[in-house]
Write a protein that binds this ligand. Structure first.
Ligand SMILES: C[S@@+](CC[C@H](N)C(=O)[O-])C[C@H]1O[C@@H](n2cnc3c(N)ncnc32)[C@H](O)[C@@H]1O
Length: 244
């Protein structure tokens, strides 16, 4: 089956609409507060953001370990889901900073807006859109983050090109995502469900790095592997890259 047969946006939206409505349901991958703790999200963030928000944490790694987030930074989260990382970014950039999130799934966008209010954070804006075409001017942010979302895109070239465009000069891309596990490449099947489950859309490290470089980024690096699994053939990883 070719990748074009895997185009699975409807299935992605269905799955994450289900997660938005049923945070306790077992989807076959880790989530919630325990997941955040496993990725070493700091205790001060766990304390500052309500558990009712952390329950939606579908992180596959921790982008906040990949670089410095400062007061007054402008941060964009690609595929923000229910907004857990938006809340952490908001705490880090403080009131002088601003945080934006985009997500394809309307229920997640609504939830992320609601969760920002629940957490008492008022510098967060959330937009319903694809990460492949962003509704922001060039150079609008100095940090772009993402967590478990880029593998779900059908056009990763566009995602990295847009991330590069909206970053200002000297800005950074910090993200966690699922990649193909070099030790188990043969058994990645390709259908809409496995795409939505962060399996079929994954790439090998070298292919991902090549796409990031092709978009114009420099100092592109896979920083670490995480413990996260969505199948035997995939593994979580973190990446960083910069715009000169
Ligand atoms: C595994 S969840 C991760 C959510 C969040 N980053 C977190 O760490 O909890 C993936 C999210 O990416 C969103 N997504 C998938 N494909 C997308 C696309 N092409 N454009 C925008 N969002 C997308 C989904 O709707 C879902 O909310």
């Amino acid at each position: 089956m070719s990748d074009s047969d895997c185009l699975a946006n409807n299935t992605v939206v269905d799955l994450y609409t289900d997660l938005a409505a049923n945070p306790d349901k077992d989807f076959g991958w880790d989530k919630g507060l325990a997941n955040a703790i496993n990725h070493h999200y700091r205790k001060e963030w766990l304390d500052a953001v309500p558990d009712s928000v952390w329950q939606y944490c579908a992180a596959v790694g921790n982008p906040f370990q990949l670089g410095e987030f400062k007061r007054a930074d402008a941060v964009l989260d690609l595929g923000c889901g229910a907004g857990v990382d938006l809340c952490v970014a908001s705490l880090l950039v403080s009131k002088e900073g601003r945080v934006s999130g985009v997500d394809l799934t309307p229920a997640m966008v609504e939830l992320a807006r609601h969760n920002a209010v629940r957490a008492g954070l008022n510098n967060i804006s959330v937009y319903q859109t694809s990460i492949e075409k962003l509704p922001f001017d060039d150079a609008s942010f100095n940090i772009v983050i993402s967590n478990g979302a880029i593998n779900l895109s059908e056009s990763k070239e566009d995602v990295f090109r847009e991330a590069f465009r909206v970053l200002s000069s000297g800005g950074h891309l910090y993200f966690a995502d699922m990649i193909k596990d070099g030790n188990h490449q043969a058994d990645t099947c390709c259908n809409a469900e496995s795409w939505a489950d962060c399996v079929a859309g994954t790439l090998k490290t070298d292919d991902l790095i090549q796409l990031i470089r092709a978009a114009g980024f420099v100092d592109v690096k896979r920083v670490s592997l995480t413990h996260y699994k969505t199948s035997v053939s995939t593994i979580g990883a973190t990446f960083r890259a910069s715009k000169v």
